[in-house]
Design a protein around this ligand. Structure first.
Ligand code: FRU
Length: 487
């Protein structure tokens, strides 16, 4: 099918399923979702001529992975997102099995996209092409075809171009797998965005003192933060280590120095960006205010994906809230963008909450789409729990210096948990949506992100403690955004 036919077909799919999708009580109120089908990675995140553009990996026809399109939303305030026409459909020979993940830059007043053309033959043999597409208005794109072919020494798991400019040169990092099946990040440079020079691996498994560190690295993103070079990447194939690496795939960061001459990226240890269940393939951009903003896929490809209950209503997955990154020492902090405060309404405030028993409820502290802010938390050597809508539970144990998030498995209702060490908790900022929870701990030193599916009618929030816990509490209902309205 040509691009036009594919887009028509996808648009019909959206229209035909609209009522079913929108009737889902688990449809989120203030997160980006696909209008139908499956959403995964954020792509092409950029502020272009004042407008934020977020593209996403999208299979409009199924709630499973397949030949991906680039869906498209825009916003002027990072809260209200408008659906735009499909940006890329997998119509050409170099992308026929998917317009896979990539990024956007602005050059000479145009928006330029780089993405991976994924091709498979009848025996599932893969080919990969790094492709370019250009737009004058940021809405319709002209495909320019492949600008990079697979170099020697790598398998066809070679994808997800992230492009940036330093001085007068363009650079691109790509996720790769070497022929000996080690995950790598490779670097290219270009003076005109069309001709790209290959510089080889800049880091990866069996490099930089990492030892064996995964068979494939996806979605690298390299940027400067506070004078240091930070790289986000999503490695596949890490074995669980205590509380770490509990999801099937990880998403985390390194802090270091990219020496552009050698080129080589010297960095420290890998740290997971999120401690919850659903966070993958993050992508950043720098906006006109100079902020380093991040979106991630609030989901992950694993064996339980197919049990997500929203599948019954024809859709699956969402984006995280947008976060702003900062660096303190070698640690990346993530804060929800301040614009989100504009959604706040119906404030309920408590100056000094004291909890010392189980299942305490507080008047006005309940709901399904809301923000909770707990400040000046004091916990005396015991443990403290918040339970969301009778389902997900966040627990901090001062004795063990550990935080935990529990939820019921989508597959069989059994209890699942994720844990993270922390010395003390003084602040929690929590965003609950109809089927998601995002918990920012101590101003974003750690974050837990998860989907969860409580009983639809259950709006309770309960607090428990086995010693005395004090905190200040504020709660706001969050005004529903105009998400998914528009063309
Ligand atoms: C990460 C990823 C990318 C790829 C895309 C395909 O989730 O596997 O590596 O480009 O998804 O949808």
């Amino acid at each position: 099918m040509n691009q036009h036919e594919l887009i028509e077909k996808a648009s019909r799919e959206v229209a035909q399923n609209k009522n079913t999708v929108e009737s889902d009580p688990y449809r989120l109120q203030f997160h980006i979702m696909p209008p139908v089908g499956l959403l995964n990675d954020p792509n092409g995140f950029i502020q272009f001529e004042g407008v934020y553009h977020l593209f996403y990996q999208w299979n409009p026809f199924e709630t499973s992975h397949g030949s991906k399109f680039w869906g498209h939303y825009t916003s002027t305030d990072l809260i209200n997102w408008e659906m735009k026409p499909i940006a890329l459909a997998p119509s050409e020979w170099f992308e026929k099995n998917g317009c896979y993940s990539g990024s956007a830059v602005e050059h000479e007043g145009k928006m330029v996209l780089f993405y991976t053309g994924n091709v498979k033959d009848e025996n599932d043999n893969r080919e990969t092409y790094q492709c370019m597409a250009i737009s004058d208005d940021g809405i319709t794109f002209e495909k320019k075809g492949p600008v990079i072919h697979l170099p020697e020494g790598y398998t066809a798991h070679f994808r997800d171009p992230k492009v940036w400019k330093k001085d007068d040169t363009w650079y691109m990092v790509l996720g790769a797998q070497s022929v000996d099946e080690q995950g790598k990040v490779v670097l290219y440079s270009s003076s005109d965005l069309k001709t790209w020079n290959f510089h080889g691996d800049i880091t990866g498994s069996e490099m930089n003192g990492l030892g064996s560190f995964g068979y494939m690295w996806e979605c690298p993103d390299m940027f400067e933060l506070d004078g240091k070079d930070v790289m986000l990447v999503s490695p596949q194939g890490l074995e669980p280590e205590g509380d770490l690496y509990q999801n099937l795939f990880q998403a985390g960061y390194f802090v270091g120095k990219l020496s552009y001459d050698t080129p080589f990226y010297k960095h420290g240890t890998f740290t997971e960006l999120d401690r919850g269940f659903d966070f993958y393939a993050p992508q950043t951009t720098v906006d006109e205010k100079g902020r380093r903003l991040l979106f991630a896929w609030m989901g992950i490809t694993d064996e339980n994906e197919k049990y997500q209950p929203t599948i019954k209503k024809g859709w699956i997955h969402a984006m995280t809230l947008p976060r702003v990154l900062s660096l303190k020492g070698e640690q990346v902090y993530q804060q929800p963008v301040e614009e989100l405060q504009q959604m706040r309404k119906d404030e309920v405030s408590y100056d000094d909450v004291q909890i010392r028993t189980i299942d305490v409820t507080l008047k006005g502290i309940e709901g399904t789409s809301l923000e909770l802010l707990l400040e000046e938390i004091q916990c005396e050597n015991g443990s403290f729990e918040i339970r969301f809508r009778g389902d997900a539970r966040f627990i901090f144990s001062e004795k063990e210096q550990k935080m935990s998030l529990y939820r019921k498995s989508f597959k069989d209702g059994s209890l699942e948990s994720r844990h993270c060490q922390i010395d003390e908790i003084n602040k929690l900022q929590i965003f609950l949506d109809t089927s998601s929870v995002e918990i920012f701990v101590n101003d974003g030193a750690e974050v837990f992100t998860a989907r969860y599916y409580p009983e639809v009618e259950n709006e309770s929030i309960t607090f428990s403690a086995d010693t005395m816990v004090h905190f200040q509490l504020k709660k706001w209902n969050l005004e529903h955004s105009k998400l998914n309205k528009g063309k």
